[in-house]
Design a protein around this ligand. Structure first.
Ligand SMILES: Nc1ncnc2c1ncn2[C@@H]1O[C@H](COP(=O)(O)OP(=O)(O)OP(=O)(O)O)[C@@H](O)[C@H]1O
Length: 571
């Protein structure tokens, strides 16, 4: 884990070297200062040579100015290093999440992903900055200070060193307990994010059921759990900080009392005693730094652990090494002995065989949950088949690059997802960088023109978060416009069942018919009236493909399709 963590320093090694070497020089100057004071008291003061005293003081002032400048560098560049590493990690995580397959999103809560990308990385930046630097400088200062103290007076140094094992023990115990506490806290904040994401994105459902009080109750529960987890962490931290404070003060007192005794017996000069007390103070700094690290390290590492957990999850579906970029499909699709199940659930598709000719319009009908959507999700490889294979133009889709496969398949979902932004941006999502003419033409073909003209801002109208300012019919036409821009040879239409008025429905149907022209089109149909013109209807049931044929042919056969048709007619 630590080696992995350090690999993130590599792109910023120059920054790290400047920051680290400045920090070392600052620490060396700090170490030298008590020696200078001791020399000042023991050697300079008795001589009362004011010229030398003033010259030495001016030299010390210059050193302080230099040290202050270096402290600025350490602070600023150190934080820059931390921020850069945090930014790199966030970028890498976002890119990794973008590559994940559907299965990952089926099993991971959105709020948890948000937490990994935001909060979890906050403390990593601090750890990246303070971790190695403070640890190294602290140990260097402790060893340097003791070494000088030993050369000044070994007996007094031994008294001071006696406290150190207790300090180390306290730091280790607190560190272990804090690790657990911060880990718990991160879990709780991820749950809060999940709850907020759920309640806010579903606020219309919450309010329509007047369930605000229930949502508040659920949130309060999460919020309290987070509060307790955070409090737990700070309790351990406060305990250890107080312990450290007490031990360092005992150290000072011990040095003062024993130092006074040694001085009384002429074994220590006044300058050496002052120097010693100053060295005990020099020791406080690294101890303070280490105790601050105790807070930063477990927090940062807990965040880093979660970060690597996601990074270690390889996307289920990736390009194979020999994957080929296929430039343009003719549009023949074939399912050969395809079986499929989601995770460990029971088989949804079992031994499906189906051939669709290029340019054909095939409608899938059947009872809810039979697997119509699943069949269509397998073609763009949102999921991979467990057995058998799917061929497009005689080639196994697993041998094509995902990008070339998906860029040639257009999907119009039942539940159209729009992004916050303008109408133009949302249409252009079908072809990034499309020209004005192309966007206007696509809007026209999707029968959006009238609506756009009626808006004061036209294509520049903001459609609200997820397009909430648009009606269901407008959203669908926008999705169709996107498809005209994308212009894929294969089209999958998850037919909308939402109750649109007859006129809107007719307009949408017209746009869809135009869109389907000269493409292989698969329609997941819910209302049988809309698929009268399909070249073929495939009836899917839990046992697989039950019937196949033209509309009238299936009606005449008097099987499942005819029964479904009858039921819908009676409604
Ligand atoms: N992401 C998923 N993870 C696990 N199981 C799933 C997932 N999506 C669908 N299923 C299950 O797979 C089966 C087939 O679902 P599918 O959505 O393909 O049916 P459908 O015929 O399209 O239904 P509908 O007409 O209601 O849209 C159902 O039992 C469903 O519960």
């Amino acid at each position: 884990m630590i080696r992995k963590f350090f690999s993130y320093y590599r792109p910023h090694r120059r920054l790290f070297i400047i920051d680290f070497s400045s920090a070392i020089i600052v620490a060396l100057l700090e170490l030298a200062f008590p020696l200078a004071v001791q020399w000042f008291i023991d050697k300079l003061l008795p001589g009362q040579d004011w010229r030398t005293i003033i010259t030495v003081s001016a030299g010390l002032l210059l050193l302080y100015i230099f040290s202050t400048f270096l402290q600025f560098i350490v602070n600023y560049l150190g934080h820059m290093l931390g921020i850069n590493i945090e930014t790199d990690m966030r970028q890498q995580l976002f890119q990794h999440v973008q590559k994940q397959s559907y299965q990952f999103f089926d099993n991971t809560k959105t709020g948890h992903i948000m937490s990994r990308i935001t909060n979890d990385l906050f403390d990593i930046g601090e750890l990246a900055h303070h971790g190695p630097e403070d640890l190294f400088i602290s140990f260097m200062t402790i060893i340097g200070a003791f070494w000088i103290m030993f050369t000044l007076n070994a007996k007094l140094a031994l008294v001071t060193i006696c406290i150190i094992p207790f300090l180390i023990l306290l730091i280790i115990i607190s560190n272990l307990r804090m690790n657990t506490a911060w880990d718990k806290m991160y879990g709780e904040i991820a749950d809060i994010n999940g709850r907020v994401e759920d309640s806010v994105s579903g606020i219309r459902v919450v309010q329509s059921f007047t369930n605000q009080a229930y949502e508040i109750l659920r949130f309060t529960d999460n919020n309290q759990k987070y509060r307790l987890a955070k409090l737990g962490g700070y309790k351990v931290m406060s305990f250890s900080l107080s312990g450290i404070y007490m031990m360092t003060r005992i150290m000072t007192l011990a040095v003062l009392v024993f130092g006074a005794w040694l001085s009384y017996h002429h074994q220590l000069s006044y300058g050496e005693l002052v120097g010693f007390v100053l060295y005990v103070n020099v020791l406080f700094k690294p101890v303070d730094k280490i105790s601050a690290l105790m807070e930063i390290y477990p927090k940062g590492m807990a965040g880093f652990k979660r970060f690597t957990e996601i990074l270690d999850q390889e996307p289920e579906i990736e390009d194979s090494e020999a994957a080929i970029k296929v430039d343009s499909f003719i549009g023949d699709i074939e399912f050969r002995d395809v079986s499929f199940r989601y995770d460990d659930s029971k088989e949804v598709l079992n031994d499906i065989n189906l051939t669709i000719q290029a340019g054909e319009t095939v409608a899938f009908v059947g009872p809810s949950g039979a697997g119509k959507t699943t069949i269509c999700s397998l073609i763009p490889r949102f999921y991979d088949v467990n057995e058998g294979c799917i061929m497009i133009d005689e080639m196994d889709i697993r041998n094509m690059t995902l990008e070339s496969l998906r860029s040639q398949i257009g999907i119009v979902q039942q539940d159209v997802f729009l992004f916050t932004g303008t109408l133009r941006e949302n249409i252009a999502y079908g072809k990034l960088g499309a020209s004005n003419e192309e966007i206007e033409e696509a809007a026209k073909r999707a029968h959006l023109e009238g609506m756009i003209q009626s808006l004061p801002d036209g294509l520049e109208t903001q459609i609200g978060e997820r397009g909430l300012k648009l009606s269901g019919g407008q959203k669908q036409r926008l999705a169709i416009a996107r498809m005209f821009l994308k212009n894929p040879p294969i089209l999958i239409l998850d037919e909308a069942t939402s109750a649109l008025d007859t006129e809107t429905e007719m307009i949408i149907q017209k746009a869809l018919n135009e869109l389907a022209k000269n493409r292989t089109t698969l329609i997941i149909a819910h209302r049988l009236a809309t698929i009268r013109d399909a070249d073929r209807i495939v009836v899917v049931t839990e046992d697989g493909i039950a019937e196949e044929g033209g509309h009238d042919e299936l009606l005449e056969r008097g099987g499942i399709f005819a029964r479904l048709h009858q039921v819908q007619l009676q409604r």
